[in-house]
Design a protein around this ligand. Structure first.
Ligand SMILES: *Cc1c(COP(=O)(O)O)cnc(C)c1O
Length: 388
C-alpha cells in the first residue's frame, strides 16, 4: 500500500465502524439524560449549591465504591487535584518531579505551581506510558542517593516524585514502576485524569500510589462540567487534602481561623450533583467504549501502515480515546489523515505537542525522548464517544 493511500484507507475504515452520518462526528462528547436534570434540580431546590452541599459527600462515596480507593476528595478540576497531590507528596520549590513529556500540559503546570521543575521521561510505544526500563537506566546514570534523598548529579536538585500518566486510559505497569520508585526512594503520584474506569491487574487505577488525580472535565469519560478528585488509601492524606482544598479553615461554629495558606479548590455541589448522575452510568460507558474499541481493533487488524492501540496485557482499559499509531515517522501520513478526516466531518486529533518542545518547558531536564517525539508524529485519536 502506498503511503498516500493510507489516510483514505483509514478514513474509510473509521466511517464504516462508526456508521458515520453525513454531518459531523465529534471525538468525545458527554452523554446526559433526565437523571442529570433531576439531580441538578434536587441540588438547586436544596439551596446547598456550593461546596458544603450533601451532593459532594454523595459523589465522593460513589467514587470510593466504584474505584475501591479508601477515600476520594473532590476538587474544582483535575489540575488542582494534581497540584494538591504534589504538595501532599512533599514536593517543594526547586525539587525535580519526573513526568512524561507525552502528556497534557496540566501535569507539568501543577509541578510549576509549586516552583518545582518537571524532569521529562520517555514513554514506550505499546501503552504510551512511562518506559520503566529506560527510567531505571536513566536514574542509575544521573541520580545519586544521599542525605536521605535522591539527587540529580548534573543539576544538583533533589528528585522527589514520579508521576506516571495512564495515557488515553491505558494503565502503566504500576508494579514495575513502583519497584523502581522504591529502589530510589521516590514518592509516586498517579495522573489518572484519563483512566477512570480502567483497571490494572484487576484493581482500579489510581490505587497503586500515594494518591492519584482524576478529572471530570467535559471531554473525560464522565463529566461534572469541570471537576476533579484525589483518590488515596491514606486517611491522613485525604483529611489534609480536604483541609487544604477548603482554605485550611479550622472547624468551628463561628470563628474564622486558618492554619495554612490553603486553596479554594473544593468542587461545588452543583457539579457534584452532575457527577452523582454520571457515575451511575460509568460501568455502561466503559462497556460501550470497550465494545467500540473492539470494533475498531477488528477493522484495523491486518491493515498495513497503521496499528490500533490495544490495552496492555496487564490492563483492562476504559478506551477513553481510541488511538491509531501510524507507521510513517515523517508526520506526512498523520497530516494527510488529519486533513482528510476533519474536512469530511470526522473529528480526529494528534496527541499533545511533547512538553519538552514547548518554549515554557524547553529548559527542563530530560532523558532522550525519541519515542515521545516519534509518537507525536504518528498518533491520532479518533471518535470515541460511548454512544457510537
Ligand atoms: C484532563 C487532564 C488533566 C487535567 O484535568 P482538568 O480537569 O482539565 O484540569 C491532567 N492530566 C491529564 C493527562 C489530562 O488528560
Amino acid at each position: 500500500m502506498k503511503e498516500n493511500t493510507i489516510p483514505v484507507t483509514i478514513q474509510e475504515i473509521i466511517s464504516k465502524v462508526i456508521d458515520a452520518p453525513e454531518e459531523f462526528t465529534p471525538m468525545h462528547i458527554p452523554i446526559f439524560d433526565e437523571r442529570e436534570i433531576d439531580l441538578l434540580r434536587e441540588c438547586v431546590e436544596s439551596n446547598f449549591v456550593s461546596s458544603v452541599g450533601a451532593f459532594c459527600d454523595r459523589f465522593e462515596s460513589a467514587l470510593v465504591d466504584y474505584t475501591g480507593a479508601r477515600r476520594a476528595v473532590l476538587t474544582v478540576n483535575g489540575t488542582s487535584a494534581l497540584h494538591l497531590s504534589l504538595i501532599l507528596a512533599g514536593v517543594e520549590d526547586n525539587d525535580e518531579v519526573l513526568i512524561p513529556s507525552f502528556t497534557f500540559v496540566a501535569t507539568a503546570n501543577a509541578v510549576r505551581y509549586i516552583g518545582a521543575i518537571p524532569h521529562f521521561i520517555e514513554i514506550e510505544d505499546q501503552s504510551l506510558g512511562v518506559d520503566i526500563t529506560k527510567l531505571l537506566q536513566w536514574l542509575e546514570t544521573i541520580a545519586e542517593t544521599r542525605d536521605g534523598g535522591l539527587w540529580n548529579k548534573s543539576t544538583g536538585r533533589r528528585i522527589r516524585c514520579l508521576v506516571p500518566m495512564h495515557t488515553f486510559g491505558h494503565a502503566v505497569d504500576m508494579d514495575a514502576l513502583n519497584a523502581v520508585a522504591a529502589q530510589f526512594g521516590l514518592v509516586v503520584v498517579e495522573d489518572a485524569a484519563e483512566s477512570l474506569g480502567s483497571f490494572y491487574k484487576g484493581r482500579h487505577t489510581a490505587n497503586d500510589s500515594l494518591c492519584a488525580a482524576i478529572s471530570f472535565n467535559g471531554n473525560k469519560i464522565i463529566t461534572t462540567g469541570g471537576g476533579g478528585a484525589i483518590l488515596t488509601n491514606d486517611d491522613d492524606l485525604a483529611d489534609r487534602a480536604k483541609h487544604l482544598s477548603t482554605t485550611a479553615k479550622i472547624p468551628h461554629s463561628w470563628e474564622m481561623r486558618h492554619d495554612a495558606v490553603g486553596f479554594n479548590y473544593r468542587m461545588p455541589a452543583l457539579n457534584a450533583a452532575l457527577g452523582c448522575a454520571q457515575i451511575e452510568k460509568l460501568p455502561g460507558f466503559v462497556a460501550k467504549k470497550r465494545a467500540l474499541a473492539e470494533r475498531y481493533r477488528a477493522a484495523f487488524d491486518g491493515v498495513e501502515g497503521v496499528r490500533f492501540l490495544s490495552e496492555p496485557e496487564w490492563a483492562t482499559s476504559n478506551y477513553w480515546l481510541n488511538t491509531l499509531v501510524l507507521d510513517d515517522d515523517s508526520g506526512e501520513a498523520q497530516r494527510g489523515f488529519l486533513e482528510l478526516a476533519n474536512s469530511e466531518g470526522i473529528m480526529t486529533r494528534p496527541a499533545w505537542t511533547p512538553l519538552h518542545i514547548l518554549p515554557i518547558f524547553s529548559d527542563c531536564p530530560k532523558m532522550e525522548l525519541k519515542i515521545t517525539e516519534s509518537m507525536a508524529r504518528r498518533v491520532v485519536n479518533i471518535p470515541s464517544t460511548a454512544s457510537l
